[in-house]
Design a protein around this ligand. Structure first.
Ligand code: ADP
Ligand code: MN
Ligand code: MN
Ligand code: MN
Length: 350
């Protein structure tokens, strides 16, 4: 029985990149069945050959010179094809250069330039909204609006919850895949939910956010629901969708770490625009100063403050070390870009 490898990559769609994938059948492969691999980090990536794709169909090349190269970068189990693999790829040009849309390549550069020495961990809280195929958010009635926000966050029962079956399928699939998933919850707006990936190193955690997004999209097909990472999926008095980014370095995690957390906040306060630019299209629509956000025109940090740009969790404030939460990134942001930006700022690599 051959091994099926689903090659997944981030495309060049503007202003927000999308996922693409296609299947490679590996005959006579030396790879073990993925269900028999205990530690996915030990899988030999060289068993997955480089592959090409038509970049002119993914906003990554012109038609006359359309071949892009897909280089396998990390793998997980394919939860939809037991025993097989999902392969997260980096995109290279026909000349073998890191493609301009390949921000994983940029993150590797930052890590090589000193970013790796911080031994950083990331934890991404990916919010998303489910839409009915006809276009309204799941949980919104055909005409008008549901009752105001209040009961929906972390709730139970048919009056409050939409999309539970998909939410459960996704969770099971993400665990089966071997992702660094640490939890899921329903969110403040009906039809909205979140999954958390991490904490782990920058490359692996970012890879797993993209793999989890692919798994969620794939799982949604069965229910005719559409997964949206739109930062402001319903206009008006409804919460937007973000991707809070939890971040620490080894120094922040050790006793006395609060000084390093504060130094990172200070460094970020001097690079507000540079951060916002990498935090997802239309952040202005979400970072209004309402709905548990701080306005993008301000920059504040504080312990346990969910109206600040950066929150230092209460437990971190109490013990004096740990991590910070940048609440600004949008749901439609690219985790590779967020991680690269954060490390550039904290390590002074600009
Ligand atoms: P919130 O209270 O903001 O909703 P969540 O529980 O949804 O928080 O998410 C917190 C995230 O922070 C998790 O992904 C978790 O793994 C991550 N995290 C915990 N400790 C650290 C750390 N030291 N460095 C980076 N991320 C961390
Ligand atoms: Mn959360
Ligand atoms: Mn949330
Ligand atoms: Mn959060």
């Amino acid at each position: 029985m051959p091994i099926l490898a689903e090659y997944i990559w981030v495309d060049g769609t503007q202003p927000t990149a999308e996922l693409r994938s296609k299947t490679r059948v590996l005959h006579d492969s030396a790879l073990p069945k993925s269900t028999e691999v205990a530690d996915l980090d030990t899988v030999d990536l060289s068993e997955f050959p480089e592959w090409g794709a038509d970049g002119s169909s993914t906003q990554q090349a012109e038609g006359a010179d359309s071949d892009i190269i897909l280089k396998p970068a990390s793998v997980c189990r394919d939860p939809f094809r037991p025993g097989h693999y999902l392969v997260m790829c980096e995109v290279f040009t026909g000349e073998g250069e890191v493609h301009s849309t390949n921000f994983r390549g940029d993150l590797r550069t930052v890590l090589e330039a000193g970013g790796a020495e911080t031994d950083s961990w990331f934890g991404f809280e990916q919010e998303y909204t489910l839409f009915k195929i006809e276009g309204r958010p799941a949980g919104f009635p055909i005409n008008g609006y549901p009752g105001p926000q209040g009961p929906y966050y972390c709730s139970v029962g048919s009056l409050n919850i939409a999309g539970r079956a998909l939410y459960e399928d996704f969770l099971e699939a993400a665990v089966e895949a071997g992702l660094l998933i640490s939890g899921v919850n329903f969110e403040v707006m009906p039809g909205q939910a979140e999954f958390q990936i991490g904490a782990g190193g920058p490359l692996k955690t970012s890879d797993h956010v993209w793999l989890a997004r692919w798994i969620l999209h794939r799982a949604s097909e069965k229910y005719n629901l559409v997964v949206s990472f739109d930062p402001k999926p319903a206009k008006g008095d409804w919460n937007g969708a973000g991707m809070h980014t939890n971040f620490s370095t080894a120094a922040m995690r050790a006793p006395g770490g609060m000084a390093h957390i504060e130094a990172a906040c200070k460094a970020m306060s001097e690079r507000i625009e540079a951060h916002l630019e990498t935090y997802g299209d239309r952040y202005e629509e979400r970072l209004t100063g309402h709905h548990e956000t701080c306005s993008y025109r301000e920059f504040r940090w504080g312990v346990a403050d969910r109206t600040a740009s950066i929150r230092i969790p209460r437990a971190v404030g109490e013990v004096g070390y740990g991590y910070l939460e940048d609440r600004r990134p949008n749901a439609n942001a690219d985790p590779y870009r967020i991680a690269a930006r954060m490390l550039r700022t904290v390590c002074g690599i600009d």
